[in-house]
Design a protein around this ligand. Structure first.
Ligand code: CFM
Length: 546
């Protein structure tokens, strides 16, 4: 029998589920994992504490990636006109090459290196005798072939272990080449406990080597820079379409569909809109301190959230023309969204979802599911920090451990000539009074129901257990989880790469998502995962002595 909303009414006690997840672990492991499995009591600000951004216990099959992935793949990967050279064995370069489905528009200049996979292809002998010469040659070769405006070098684990001095090489090559910015990232895979470390390393070097290079005034009104949107499956295209329609000028996206010049000019915007807080909040903070640009949190996943975020931007600029235009755009876009929603909702209402993704989508996508009348019963991040769960107000209380201290914290000061507060203190205060919060992210937990299970750094074993016990109508995670979940007879949607779908952001994206989820949760195929005799045993027998 296919699972229906009705037989879902079996209520589990979250305490029992938690105990069941921990039951198989040795006591020491169970104690640590217990702090990462939270039974949500969130409402208002009384968020219980969760243990996050700590090392995965060796032996546990984590869903996480590495620091190199966070730096090269996530933050720098979507920029089309920087030649990204992976200094390391070829596998690191190959598996971080476009698998994230970050799309780009090659632009009028056609300068797009994303279709190439650049690597020094380190061999055993390079590990033994050093890879610096090879790296120097690779930079020269890339320059001679393509004459790019920038070359970025990314360190992989062996490079850190043998001590190749990538920063000195970058500096020397930059001087030698003259018209090409060369910079390097010490983002060895082991640098942190997850890809989150790589985000921070990428943020620092982008800020140090590119941001602020181009002061030229760009045309357009209502200038913003959008941080933490990576154009997966074309999300950024849809968001830019909406901005354009509203008359909002997006100078720079970090880093979906971006160019070198966008990073270089990002500081000329009047507002920073932060979509994925986890991956890029460092740049947002630094832009504020150095140039005086305030940042607000936005979310374009979910039609309602999209409308809300546009209204926030309009509220910030406080200009009637923009406020009216945003309302017109919302009014124009919403009917198609509502029509799709009304058609699909009766088939999705009451169904349940589990979301275990990265460091922001497990939160953002709950809005799309609630628009479908679906409830998120369990969720978690792979590598987010406590502030992403509990809200930024916990930041002063987060104890820095050795792993976090390992990552450089840039000391930023107001720029001597270019620091220009975009709003006066009074203006900021009055905007805050009217409900616009700056440098504020409430985190995921406060927006989730009481009793839901919030699990940090979920692993393979726990994922299967959770699915077996709670039987969600859909499970959302990544490729590593896809097939094991499907084998349990549960539809699975990849929320990293979107499988082959998208965009899911903005208004058109919402409609795409509704259709996709409708198709997945109402497909009969999952009920065939059990052989007939597993459902209805035809034969039964008893031992003669019974
Ligand atoms: Fe931000 Fe991302 Fe995410 Fe992320 Fe990622 Fe990603 Fe993600 Mo995969 S930047 S934290 S490191 S929203 S690649 S586009 S889907 S884990 S939830």
């Amino acid at each position: 029998m296919a699972t229906t909303a009705k037989n879902k009414l079996v209520q589990w006690d979250p305490t029992d589920i938690k105990a069941e997840l921990l039951a198989k672990y040795p006591p020491k492991v169970a104690r640590k994992r217990a702090k990462q499995i939270l039974i949500n009591e969130a409402h208002g600000n009384e968020t219980p504490e969760i243990l996050a951004n700590v090392r995965t216990i060796p032996g546990i099959i984590t869903m996480r990636g590495c620091s190199y992935a966070g730096c090269k793949g996530v933050v720098l990967g979507p920029t089309r006109d920087i030649v990204n050279i992976t200094h390391g064995p070829i596998g690191c370069a190959f598996y971080s090459w476009l698998t994230r489905r970050n799309q780009t528009d090659p632009g009028p200049d056609g300068e797009n290196y994303m279709t190439y996979c650049f690597s020094t292809d380190m061999q055993d002998s390079d590990v033994i005798f050093g890879g610096e010469k090879k790296l120097r040659n690779a930079i020269q070769e890339a320059y001679d072939l393509l004459h790019p405006k920038a070359i970025a070098i990314f360190a992989t684990c062996p490079v850190g272990l043998i001590g190749d001095d990538i920063h000195t090489i970058a500096k020397q090559m930059k001087e030698k080449l003259g018209d090409c910015n060369v910079f390097a990232f010490s983002c060895e895979g082991y640098k942190g406990v997850s890809q989150s470390a790589g985000h921070h390393i990428a943020n620092n070097q982008l800020f140090r080597h590119i941001v602020g290079e181009n002061d030229e005034e760009k045309p357009g009104e209502y200038k913003i820079s959008l941080l933490g949107e990576y154009n997966i499956g074309g999300d950024g295209f849809e968001i830019d379409r909406i901005f354009k329609k509203c008359g909002i000028t997006n100078l720079a996206t970090f880093s979906g569909n971006s160019t070198y010049d966008q990073f270089a000019s990002a500081h000329t915007a009047d507002l920073i809109a932060v979509m994925c807080h986890r991956s890029i909040n460092y740049v947002a903070d630094m832009l504020g301190i150095k140039y005086g640009i305030p940042w607000i949190k936005v979310n374009f996943i979910g039609a309602e959230s999209c409308a809300k975020s546009l209204r926030k931007i309009a509220q910030y600029f406080d200009d009637k023309k923009l406020i009216d235009r945003v309302e017109e755009v919302i009014a124009e876009e919403m009917p198609a969204v509502k029509a799709a929603q009304q058609e699909i909702l009766p088939r999705t209402e009451g169904k349940t979802a589990m979301l275990f993704v990265g460091g922001s989508r497990a939160h953002h996508y709950q809005d799309l599911f609630s628009e479908l009348g679906m409830k998120t019963i369990s969720t978690g991040y792979e590598f987010a920090h406590r502030d992403d769960y509990e809200g930024r107000h916990v930041l002063p209380n987060i104890k820095l451990d050795a792993d976090s201290r390992n990552i450089e914290e840039l000391e930023i000061e107001p720029d001597a000539t270019r620091y220009k507060p975009r709003k006066t203190t009074e203006e900021i205060k009055s905007l805050e009074k009217s409900g616009l919060n700056f440098k504020h992210y409430p985190g995921m937990n406060t927006e989730m129901d009481k009793g839901t299970l919030i699990i940090d750094d979920l692993n393979q074993y726990e994922a299967e257990k959770l699915v077996e016990i709670m039987k969600p109508d859909i499970f959302c995670a990544g490729i590593k989880e896809k097939y094991s979940v499907q084998k349990l007879g549960i539809p699975m949607k990849q929320l990293h790469s979107y499988d082959s779908g998208g965009p899911y952001a903005g208004f058109k994206g919402a409609v795409n998502f509704y259709k996709e989820i409708d198709r997945l949760v109402n497909s009969k195929v999952w009920s065939y995962m059990k052989a007939p005799w597993q459902e209805n045993p035809q034969l039964s027998a008893a031992y003669v002595w019974e």
